[in-house]
Design a protein around this ligand. Structure first.
Ligand SMILES: [Fe+2]
Ligand SMILES: [Fe+2]
Length: 245
């Protein structure tokens, strides 16, 4: 099973780089992924025209199974209303083959801080009650990562969400937000951050990229073998982490 995780498109006249976007779409389509997860900041300002543009862009990614969550930029200017029109649910739980993906909107209108909220813990726990490979997708950071500056990018309820996901035996958490690709392995749960896919908003010396997650349970021993790689706009790929869980 192949999961493509991309984030932070920031569709806008100012920051979206069409040439890099084109090469990223071509490279993703060549992989023929089973699932594509997009963790927010689709737009720069949440404007209607930006949403229309990013919808056209996302439609070029050939995959029947896509899960999207909004980011803080998408909720600016009441942009969450356009998100709901074009992509339906800001919170979702879906299963594809052996995978259950829960997507949660961690943004709040015109506030950069992220939160999930106690009111959502119950249905998230319910959604992860089976034995599938479990993926949780959100925009903000679940744990701090390097180069993020003064730490105010972690969910305000990060401790409780971490404990919840750990208790639910979640295998993979996918985040975006600060445009820094990074992976932590916490209690056998991989917390994977993505860089920006195709915007000029790169931080430090990072470059545009997306994550490729390969998860297999071929040995029928109940364990998943998981490989996380980064794919860059020139098509080069770098293996970052391997884990058995
Ligand atoms: Fe962003
Ligand atoms: Fe963000």
């Amino acid at each position: 099973m192949q999961i493509v995780h991309l984030s932070d498109i920031h569709y806008s006249d100012a920051y979206f780089i069409p040439e890099i976007a084109d090469s990223m779409v071509d490279s993703i389509n060549l992989l023929e992924p089973d699932l594509v997860v997009i963790t927010g900041d689709l737009t720069e300002n949440g404007f209607s025209a930006e949403y229309d543009g990013v919808k056209r862009f996302i439609d070029r990614i050939k995959c029947e199974n896509k899960v999207l969550v909004p980011g803080n930029h998408d909720s600016k200017n009441a942009g969450y209303l356009h998100f709901e029109d074009l992509f339906e649910n800001r919170f979702s739980s879906q299963s594809f083959m052996d995978v259950t993906v829960v997507g949660a909107d961690s943004s709040q209108p015109d506030i950069n801080e992220g939160h999930i909220g106690r009111e959502n813990y119950g249905w998230i726990k319910e959604a992860f009650s089976g034995e599938n490979f479990k993926v949780f997708a959100l925009h903000h950071h679940l744990v701090p990562i390097p180069l993020a500056g003064r730490e105010n990018n972690v969910l305000v309820d990060a401790g409780d969400v971490l404990e919840l996901l750990n208790r639910c035996k979640v295998n993979l958490v996918l985040c975006g937000h600060c445009h820094i690709p990074w992976v932590w392995n916490l209690n056998n749960m991989l917390v994977v951050n993505a860089g920006t896919l195709c915007s000029s908003k790169t931080r430090g010396k990072t470059t545009q990229c997306y994550n490729l997650i390969q998860a297999d349970n071929e040995n029928s021993d109940g364990n998943w073998k998981v490989r996380v790689s980064r794919v860059f706009s020139k098509g080069n790929m770098e293996l970052v982490t391997e884990a058995v869980m």
